[in-house]
Ligand binder design. Structure first.
Ligand SMILES: Cc1ncc(COP(=O)(O)O)c(C=O)c1O
Length: 392
């Protein structure tokens, strides 16, 4: 999400230059707006060139099927289904679980499924949303779920049919113990639990629990390949055989049945193996902590603690306006979209050095030698959508 700023990517070659865009992170090494900006790697391109090219709507493509099998075994769920995006994964999962209204989906008020998925929960599922603003400012608790869920067959009620959890949310981990308590309560009341695990990889790498620990608590889960793992395209949903059979049907109904799907599956598999399984995310978490420390050592205030790879600076106590920060960052050759810095695995040491200069400039007014006077962006294009509670 949020990757809507127009930019001239000078580090990426145009058709007229000979160097392939796949060979290095290019401008992604200095781009902290989101992990969706990660540049796919040369190994991913090789995987695309070597993929099988059979039809996945006919269930004939071995590269796609083997990726689905891999993720199904990593998560401990019986079946998996490749989808084109995190949004498609969440919306297909929700639509698959739900029958006819009246029905409701309960979730954190900041959830991607309700804030950034174009109203799909309403238009595709006809569901009421029951949003909770978490009192702890970090994640919804089992106690809040029990208090807000509607468990009733009264004619006036709109019963909660799904609890949708997001992990991580704003880079914050939802602890395994909380997920377990929510899931146990949901099971007692026949409520389905879905998890938007676009960045669950990050929670696992941070040591919050294993992928299987989290996955066994939920009925369905979506995971993204194209965020922190760096694939060009793709997400996956997991669940029971019955769930995935129906999800395949729902995916088809919204045009998500892919023909030569190996082109998507092959680089996604490299992303899982090359970035996640081989341990590249760990360093990005260390880098995030290092960046937060640089900021705090200079007296900077934080909005949230750093759990994974997101650093949330709190600019307002320092009297720094978001657009000014964005413009200043650009003068140091860094792209940011507001207070949230996403330290994906391709962020370079040089970017961290420039961040130190930027922070010093922001907090003390002392300019660093990496500073240039001109910028080529409109800071308004780079701002996070202004949602009050997102900044709590
Ligand atoms: C938590 C979360 N879920 C789902 C998505 C949707 O992913 P996509 O942009 O691939 O549709 C995003 C996007 O950033 C996200 O942050």
């Amino acid at each position: 999400m949020y990757a809507n700023a127009s930019s001239t990517n000078s580090a990426h070659p145009t058709a007229s230059t000979s160097r392939s865009a796949w060979e290095s992170p290019g401008s992604a090494a200095f781009d902290l707006r989101s992990d969706v900006v990660t540049t796919p790697t040369a190994a991913m391109l090789t995987a695309i060139s070597q993929t099988t090219l059979l039809d996945d709507v006919f269930l004939e493509d071995p590269t796609t099927t083997s990726l689905e099998n891999l993720v199904s075994s990593l998560t401990g769920h019986p079946a998996a289904l490749l989808v084109l995006s995190g949004t498609m994964g969440n919306q297909v999962a929700l639509r698959t679980h739900l029958g006819a209204p009246p029905h409701a989906v309960l979730c954190d008020a900041r959830s991607h499924i309700i804030q950034y998925e174009a109203g799909g929960v309403a238009s595709l599922c006809g569901a009421l949303v029951q949003p909770i603003v978490p009192a702890n400012g970090k994640y919804i608790t089992a106690e809040e779920v029990r208090r807000h869920a509607v468990v009733s067959d009264d004619v006036h009620a709109c019963p909660t049919r799904i609890i949708s959890l997001e992990n991580t949310l704003n880079g914050t981990i939802m602890p395994l113990a909380e997920v377990r308590e929510i899931a146990a309560w949901a099971r007692q009341h026949g409520i389905i639990v879905h998890m938007d695990g676009a960045r669950l990889w990050e929670a696992v790498v941070a040591g919050a629990g294993s992928l299987q620990d989290y996955c066994k608590e939920v009925d369905s889960l979506s995971l993204c390949f194209s965020k922190g793992l760096g694939a060009p395209i793709g997400s996956i949903i997991v669940g029971s055989e019955k769930f995935i059979k129906r999800a395949r049907w729902i995916r088809k109904s919204i045009g998500g049945g892919l023909r030569q799907a190996g082109v998507v599956a092959a680089p996604a598999r490299v992303a899982v193996e090359e970035t996640y399984l081989s341990g590249k995310l760990k360093q990005s978490h260390l880098n995030a902590k290092k960046i937060a420390k640089i900021w705090q050592d200079l007296g900077g205030k934080m909005m949230y603690p750093v759990d994974t790879n997101m650093v949330w600076l709190n600019l307002s106590p320092h009297g720094v306006e978001t657009n000014k920060f964005i413009t200043l960052a650009e003068q140091y050759g860094l792209r940011v979209m507001g207070e949230r810095l996403v330290v994906h695995y391709q962020i370079s040491k040089e970017a961290i050095a420039r961040l130190e200069q930027l922070f010093t400039d922001v907090l003390t007014g002392k300019a660093g030698d990496a500073k240039k006077s001109t910028v080529n962006i409109d800071p308004d294009d780079m701002k996070l959508p202004h949602v009050e509670w997102a900044y709590r």
